[in-house]
Design a protein around this ligand. Structure first.
Ligand SMILES: [Zn+2]
Length: 319
């Protein structure tokens, strides 16, 4: 997929920074060895001299005898150097730059084309920008509070909590899709974001955000009001989390965009997590049979129960 040019420019700058850093570290390590073990440096200097002489005699064609002699000297010096390196336990690997990307050695290009590492950085940044409105850090499994639910709902919510945690722990790009429904304030967004956190930690690409915002953005981009590639990002990420499904302004464009997203991901067995305040019946009547059947046929459905936990929390804090 393509992003705005700025994403690639930023990604190339980040890769150039990695290259500089790797080379600076190697440089520093080399200088440390030169200072700490001058005898290694002396041998190294002699080896360099022999190299130069070998080039000269090869150019002069002054016979193979010289070259054989030089080769013997070189081998003897190299052996001494290796012995010293072993004796002082010098980590030779650190003396040459340890580039992060083995494909392009952090140049950003492989065979004249943009390297995968640049594309990965651009993608990560683009995804982050798409998700920036949601408070990811604040919603984890650790700070999900089951004590805020009334007694008759605790066992259901405990089951959902465990299910979500297992889902995040065992996530893979063909995990099932999930639908969370229930009234507002029952922890649907919290657990969706906790899943996002867990799945991001496992190294997968996740896009999460309000369904309404994403669809507005897709519409603006489709009609040239904004630049970007939100639709492809939503189709492409390992896990898509659509929060507050059902609050979109449903034009025929938005309707078909929703169908396109859910259908394409379902056909490729790519997981989507939807949370909504609508009941199943309302999803059917609002979105119609085509979208409803996509969800019912493919999603694991969890109904959230309880009282609005934000209100419960407020009462608890004030008492
Ligand atoms: Zn690379």
């Amino acid at each position: 997929m393509g992003y705005n040019k700025e994403y690639y420019i930023d990604a190339l700058a980040a890769v150039a920074e990695r290259k500089k850093e790797a080379e600076a570290i190697a440089d520093m390590e080399t200088k440390t060895v030169q200072i700490s073990y001058p005898e290694i440096q002396e041998i190294e200097n002699k080896i360099n001299e022999i190299g130069l002489e070998a080039v000269k005699s090869a150019v002069k064609l002054s016979g193979t005898a010289d070259l054989i002699k030089l080769k013997e000297q070189y081998e003897s010096l190299a052996k001494q150097r290796d012995e010293l390196i072993a004796k002082y336990k010098v980590d030779v690997k650190l003396l040459s730059p340890q580039y992060r990307c083995k494909k392009c050695n952090d140049t950003g290009y492989e065979n004249g084309k943009l390297c995968e590492c640049v594309k990965a950085i651009a993608k990560e940044k683009y995804y982050k920008d798409l998700c920036q409105q949601m408070p990811l850090e604040r919603s984890t499994f650790e700070n999900f509070d089951l004590s805020l639910y009334p007694d008759d709902c605790v066992s259901n919510m405990n089951e959902i909590f465990k299910f979500c945690k297992d889902y995040a722990d065992g996530f893979n790009p063909t995990s099932k899709s999930l639908l969370f429904f229930g009234r507002t304030g029952l922890g649907k967004t919290h657990l969706s974001l906790a899943i996002a956190n867990g799945v991001i930690d496992k190294g997968y690409s996740v896009i999460y955000g309000s369904s309404q915002n994403f669809l507005k953005q897709i519409e603006d981009e489709a009609f040239g009001r904004k630049s970007g590639d939100t639709l492809n990002a939503l189709l492409d990420c390992d896990l898509l989390i659509l929060d507050d499904f059902g609050t979109e302004f449903l034009s025929s464009f938005i309707s078909s965009a929703i169908y396109n997203i859910l259908n394409t991901r379902a056909l490729k067995s790519m997981p989507t997590v939807i949370s909504t305040n609508l009941s199943l019946g309302e999803i059917n009547s609002v979105y119609g049979e085509r979208i409803f059947s996509r969800i019912i046929g493919n999603y694991v459905i969890k109904q959230f129960t309880g009282k609005d936990i934000r209100q419960v929390q407020m009462v608890k804090n004030n008492s």
